[in-house]
Design a protein around this ligand. Sequence first.
Ligand code: PLP
Length: 383
Amino acid sequence: MQLFDVYPLYDIEPVQGKGARVWDTEGVEYLDFYGGHAVISIGHAHQHYVKMISEQVAQLGFYSNSIINSLQTTLANKLGECSQLHDYQLFLINSGAEANENALKLASFHNGRTKIIAFQKAFHGRTSAAVNITPDPKLVAPINATFEREFHPLNDLQSVKTSILKGDVCAVIVEGIQGIGGIYLPDADFLREVQTLCHQTNTVFILDEIQSGYGRSGKFFAYQHIEGLQPDLITMAKGMGNGFPIGGVLIHPKFKPKYGLLGTTFGGNHLACAAAIAVLDVLKEEHLMENAAAIGAYLLPKLRALPMVKEVRGIGLMIGIEFEFSTAIMRKNLAFKHKVFVGSSSDPCIIRLLPPLSITKEEADCLLEKLALAIAELEPVAV
Ligand SMILES: Cc1ncc(COP(=O)(O)O)c(C=O)c1O
């Protein structure tokens, strides 16, 4: 049987990992500034994480959501503590797209409406409703395009305001920091004003923190850098399980649960909870949010000082480096020659840095050195 060939692959097969390093089948070591697409939060093969998952699978790997699973309660309590959102409620699923799918459902149940406002350059996932609010027509099949949605420029308040004030919008969904689009940050005043407009019109305000959450920005959620925000729904996944598939929706107390309203077979299973609990333990014990903030602050000015860099955006360990030219060759050179993984973006001129939050200053220096080399190699071509 052949695999359904939808991914253009790099010819590298990592088979082992530790912290921010991975090794391929030949034993070649790579520095991981991609984090497997912003997924590796506490580092590869963390001892506590391996122990928690191994012990759990030996004990009980799975049972259904029709019995008590106190690991879910433990996870919810730890999440309340780490995010400081003690009064929110938690619904567990398996991926980011599912988190957004369920958030959109909750919003629509809440106010009975169907029209969604999202933003240009956004990405919210591949499932039916999530992909319909992702502004890339190549990803949207006719069966997905079942409700009205509008894509506004990020931070264009007037454009969003006119639309929300019509009073027929179900929800506004915005990434804490736009990821795949190329690392664009929503303005504080913009988000605060959108929240106020949502409250005035009974529109649901959703923060997609799937990529920007879980400590990556230096705060638990990226929106928490901004005073005065209290989203109705917050979606998360990626860093939550450090590679074990798990996602979640944090739900404001004004939403009242009802049996059968949402449901899933695998969401919140024992193994996923063990993984997610281990992640929060390590995040707290090893002060990884503080580390993300510190290493990000260390990297940003140094990245801005590199030659040929047009702009550097980001906060913590979610960083976009924009060049005047396509970075495809440079990224290949970084991986194959300099043994450093970095991320791409939907804009070929932008490289994304999404390393594990445990990255050290020495590893950051190593990245800077390799990046400078890769840029120097390109100079004769680019001028
Ligand atoms: C902001 C954002 N939302 C949603 C998703 C979809 O998550 P998943 O691929 O886990 O379904 C992603 C994935 O890259 C994302 O970056």
